[in-house]
Design a protein around this ligand. Structure first.
Ligand code: FE2
Ligand code: FE2
Length: 167
């Protein structure tokens, strides 16, 4: 019996256009995660001062989680017949996570993390909506990652409140 293409879901021939749209959104998600890894490496090392310790440790723990997200997005791109892009296609966007002038200026770092997580949450909501209907596997993947980012956002919102209360 000859193999035949699936007729339902995002891998079907009729869904080629939808697949391209989702691959483009997944590619942006991949780059967001890669840039977050770079930003969190720098910001888990740069900050100085007694109060920096908790921020540094928290970002350090997030690095492997964000790298895991990047790998999951890359896997999904490949599963949808896409190609994971090369590094020359990378364009940085996280202006809020550049090192502050003073390495004890922690509110700058906290606000930068909040901006990065908020940007990811917005993009992942858009991605989840684009998978409806037809690509439930991508939707399931992105919902799990969205939950991680919402947890990161809430943690840094609490840090910000604490820092604002202390100054
Ligand atoms: Fe992430
Ligand atoms: Fe995150």
């Amino acid at each position: 019996m000859a193999a035949r293409a699936t007729t339902r879901g995002v891998l079907s021939e009729e869904q080629a256009e939808k697949r391209e749209e989702i691959i483009a959104l997944l590619t942006r998600a991949y780059w967001l995660e890669i840039e977050t890894v770079m930003s969190y490496v720098a910001n888990s090392i740069n900050p100085d001062g007694v109060r920096a310790q908790e921020i540094r440790e928290s970002l350090e723990a997030d690095i492997s989680e964000e790298l895991g997200h990047a790998r999951q997005f890359a896997e999904r791109i490949k599963e949808l017949h896409g190609i994971v892009p090369g590094s020359l296609e990378f364009r940085a966007e996280q202006s809020g996570l550049q090192p502050p002038e003073s390495q004890t200026y922690l509110v700058h770092v906290i606000e930068g993390v909040i901006a990065a997580e908020t940007g990811a949450i917005e993009h992942y909501n858009q991605l989840i909506e684009a998978t409806d209907p037809g690509d439930w596997a991508t939707q399931d993947l992105v919902i799990g990652i969205l939950r991680d980012e919402e947890r990161h956002l809430r943690l840094f919102e609490r840090f910000l409140r604490e820092f604002e209360a202390a100054t």
